[in-house]
Design a protein around this ligand. Sequence first.
Ligand code: COA
Length: 197
Amino acid sequence: MSGSRINDMELRGEATIIRALEPGDAEENLRLRRRNDDFLRPFEPIKASDYLTLDAQLRSIDDAVRAWKDDRAYSFGVFTRDGALIGKVGLSNVSRGAWQSATLGYFIDKDHNGRGHCTEAVGLIVEFAFDRARLHRVQAAVMPHNAASARVLAKNGFRFEGFAPKYLCINGRWEDHHVYSITVERYTGRPVQPDRR
Ligand SMILES: CC(C)(COP(=O)(O)OP(=O)(O)OC[C@H]1O[C@@H](n2cnc3c(N)ncnc32)[C@H](O)[C@@H]1OP(=O)(O)O)[C@@H](O)C(=O)NCCC(=O)NCCS
């Protein structure tokens, strides 16, 4: 992707900053993941047995750097304005060719919920998706009972597309999801010609 080097990639909102994680963030990320383990389990795929170790966190940061360079995924830590790491937001499954689409995922530390951080982080990554990564569409899938997540998407202009039965394997079970998306046309409010790439 042109014009977006991972090391200088930081996007700032009013109360929230997103930037790519670096190896120096691994310990704080491990603490974040450890204190949210029970909170996040009902919303995530089952993790490898060594997931809550420093080695695994370093490897995942390494993997994210490679995926960024290969235009496969764009993953960001979510930070408060005073620099505390409080979550993650990312685009994965980047597909080019006719689709120009990616999948959005996110979480926010349980003790920082309800302060608008996720709404702001999603707004920032959607801006990144369209302005920097030159994608055409961003998709998110939400379990029907996850009202907070659906609200975050609605506040960022995503529209409901449909019901996807048994869509993702979450916490060891195939779970139904609601699929939402936003296209660059909806984001900018005007017709957008396809990039000639
Ligand atoms: C979903 C999640 C990311 C939201 O993060 P957050 O920082 O609290 O989100 P925000 O504060 O930006 O916005 C949350 C919105 O949902 C609303 N909300 C929260 N709980 C709700 C509920 N039970 N029913 C309806 N709305 C709810 C809030 O009031 C707020 O809307 P408002 O600004 O109109 O008042 C966070 O709860 C989380 O990490 N959950 C676990 C992981 C997860 O679900 N990830 C997404 C998987 S699709």
